[in-house]
Write a protein that binds this ligand. Structure first.
Ligand SMILES: NC(=O)c1ccc[n+]([C@@H]2O[C@H](COP(=O)([O-])OP(=O)(O)OC[C@H]3O[C@@H](n4cnc5c(N)ncnc54)[C@H](O)[C@@H]3O)[C@@H](O)[C@H]2O)c1
Length: 439
């Protein structure tokens, strides 16, 4: 099929490359000239495992190309995917300006039947707004008779595992009001579920739009639930990792998303929880559980920072080594990363920070600037510091050389924000150890 992705970020690039891999002709459009220039040179502007190779192969085999020219993408495609950002607006709701601008641009240039596929995470009712925006432009161009369809196709990939998630989705959701688009979208996604037999769920557009928010809000709630219990464990002298095993082995509950940490972050959970809360408030039906999950998360980020700050008699004299800046491992994405919130708290108490991250330094620098020191090596961050705080669970942090850390730190204390280590073993190495919810 002939496809264009409008918005070549984390979702657009992965979707475009994976659809090309199945033999489709894909044009990735973006308005960021630097991004398109990099892609045209064979570079990839984001870090996502396997993406560089996938893009290179499909580009070489001429199924994938990049352009700044949205009209080129739209005119040469049947399916036009909208993959632009839907950041949080001032009131918490989703800012739809990027999505609706793209809709207007499509209406400005399309001259035959198109299927507009909304892959951005958008609130219920957005497909209708996209339709109106396109129709408005077509009317203005005297093309009122031109047909098009709008489909909701929310994306569930996880950064760090995005290609695998896209290639073997647990489900594909297609929200549509007609059989023609359902058939085309099923044809497009069939190769991705052929071996797994996982479902392609066809439903009405509003339910599809809401399903994405419901999933993210539920997962965020699970994280907040275990984080709240972790604080209780600290107070009661229990260990959250045992409690997790105790509850997670019940298959009705499951162990996933039950790891206590410094709070949820990332480009999706925070803004999607907020957007769902805003939607519910607008309907005069407060989602009490989502509101509580959000509140618990705000407290959680402060809780971890407080553990660090509270340890020092005079925090202004302390330097903390931070391992991990991205919101999760295997990505360079620092959007709403708990690490940034924790670091801001440390800085506001006059502490110095020396940070290392395998992929996130460049993006973190855009937010934190030169207010902290960045190091190119994990152990360089530790050298001369008064403690080590681990905030992102990159694999390379899981079995570090404890003796080396001990020799490099001025004060042998570890704040393990991801509960990576066995507290007893760390203490045996002569460290003071703080986990989250380890009593
Ligand atoms: N990142 C994720 O893990 C993930 C997962 C599922 C769903 N989503 C959703 O997918 C959407 C996109 O997220 P993302 O992380 O890929 O965002 P992103 O910020 O990485 O990418 C968006 C891209 O769109 C481009 N863009 C904006 N307006 C444009 C226009 N008019 N024409 C052409 N290009 C334009 C931007 O330059 C940017 O490159 C969001 O709604 C997000 O909630 C994201």
């Amino acid at each position: 099929m002939k496809i264009c992705m409008i918005g070549s970020g984390y979702v657009g690039l992965v979707t475009g490359a994976c659809l090309a891999e199945m033999g489709n002709d894909v044009i990735c459009v973006d308005e960021d000239a630097a991004k398109i220039a990099l892609l045209e040179q064979g570079e990839v502007p984001i870090y996502e495992p396997g993406l560089r190779e996938l893009i290179a192969r499909n580009r070489d085999e001429k199924r994938l190309r990049f352009t700044l020219d949205l009209a080129d993408g739209v005119k040469n495609s049947l399916l036009c995917f909208i993959c632009v950002g839907t950041p949080q607006d001032k009131d918490g709701s989703a800012d739809l300006s990027y999505v609706l601008r793209v809709a207007g641009q499509i209406g400005e240039c399309m001259d035959d039947y198109k299927i507009i596929v909304d892959k951005s995470t958008v609130p219920v009712g957005t497909a209708e707004k996209v339709r109106d925006a396109i129709r408005g432009r077509l009317d203005a161009r005297g093309l009122s008779g031109l047909e098009f369809d709008v489909v909701s196709n929310p994306e569930f990939l996880k950064e760090g595992n995005a290609i695998q998630d896209f290639m073997r989705p647990e489900r594909v959701i297609v929200g549509t009001d007609n059989v023609r688009t359902a058939t085309i979208l099923k044809e497009l996604y069939n190769p991705f579920v052929r071996t797994s037999n996982n479902p392609i769920l066809v439903m009405d557009i509003r339910s599809a739009e809401l399903s994405k928010y419901a999933s993210n809000a539920f997962l965020a709630t699970k994280v907040s639930f275990i984080n709240e219990l972790a604080i209780l464990c600290d107070k009661l002298g229990a260990d959250i990792s045992h409690v997790r095993e105790g509850m997670g082995t019940d298959e009705r509950i499951g162990p996933r998303f039950l790891l206590a940490g410094p709070g949820f972050g990332g480009s999706c959970f925070p803004k999607d929880v907020q957007a769902l809360i805003a939607t519910s408030r607008a309907c005069d039906h407060t989602l009490e559980i989502c509101e509580a999950a959000w509140k618990a998360n705000q407290r959680q980020m402060r809780y971890f920072a407080q553990k660090i700050i509270g340890f020092y008699e005079d925090p202004r004299k302390a330097t903390i080594a931070v391992w991990g800046l991205t919101f999760k491992p295997k990505t360079d994405d620092v959007r709403e990363s708990p690490a940034l919130y924790v670091i801001e708290d440390l800085l506001s108490h006059g502490m110095q920070v020396r940070a290392f991250d395998p992929k996130g330094i460049e993006n973190a620098r855009k937010v934190l600037g030169d207010r902290i020191t960045y190091t190119q090596d994990a152990y360089d961050a530790v050298a001369g510091a008064d403690g080590l705080a681990i905030i992102t669970e990159w694999n390379m942090f899981k079995s570090p050389d404890m003796d080396r850390i001990k020799a490099l730190l001025k004060t042998p204390v570890i704040f393990d924000g991801r509960n990576l280590f066995n507290p007893e073993e760390v203490r045996d190495h002569g460290f003071t150890y703080f986990g989250i919810g380890r009593g």
